[in-house]
Design a protein around this ligand. Sequence first.
Ligand SMILES: [Zn+2]
Length: 338
Amino acid sequence: MYLSCVCGNEKTKTRLSSVIRNRTLSHAYILCGEKGSGRHTLALSAVAALNCERRDEGVVPCRECTTCRRIFSMQFTDVKVLSVQGAKSTIGVDEVRVIREDMFLSASESEYKVYIFEDADKLTVQAQNALLKVLEEPINNVLIFLLCERRDKLLTTIRSRAPMITMEYLSAELIDKYLQSNSEEGRTLKRRDAEGYREVLRRADGSIGRALSMLNTDSIREYQTMHEEVCSLLLAFSPHTPYATLLSEVSSLPKNRADFIEVMEEVIRALRDAIASKRAEAFTLLFFHSKEECEEVSHHFTMTRLLQVYDLVTRAIEQASANANMTVVSALLSTNKP
Ligand SMILES: [Zn+2]
């Protein structure tokens, strides 16, 4: 079995497994997907599969042999990673030229020299053109992975020279399965705090990286606090709640723009659940932990009021994102009490 350490993405794994087995890899691949979607793991797994000491046995890469371990811990001399440095926002042509020179030196401990560009969409046009040279005239045994979030930032000429692999959105079931077999923290959390664990799966929103980053109890506690705050803010919009409660809820919202938007986006998710539950159709919960919890909130509202609040919150997000004065944005939320 090849590349089983990569979560989901079955078609991609099948496609890559066969080219790895037959040593017929393209000289470059574009791996497109958001941060945390597994692009890095896929690239390293492919490299490990090429080099694994047990590649004639069952699971490839085995992740246990010395070579696999060195590749996954980035201690393998023939694997180099290029990413945006420090406070810079782009990767410039000079950095690419240095890498290009290096590509012509022979590999020191394996068949392939591998270059992983972690932020290929941050390469300047000049840098991309410099890279294009080695894509147009591939160097023997050089393998390039271009990781990007936005494929439109890559030159058409680059895109036409390297097959594009788009990372899949992973279901909560797949993320659960992955965490249970690969993460000690994931197993512990599921055992000790099933509710917190479900919260992680929900908020991971299709990304293993995001799920992993949430696996410490502090961040889970933070999310739980936010969950409670969002529930009480939402209830304050109900026609049955005194207006003073709404004013007080609104005044305690974060003053910082980014935090404010984050809370409002949660409110939108909660509203989507509430609206869907009113429609009584089958739906997947985005915010609430259970249908019962959702109904406890939604029964305080009519559909009309839910839609009004939805519009209001959407407008607040738009204005906050457009740099409007935060006091004005907050005030907007408390002006529409029917
Ligand atoms: Zn191995």
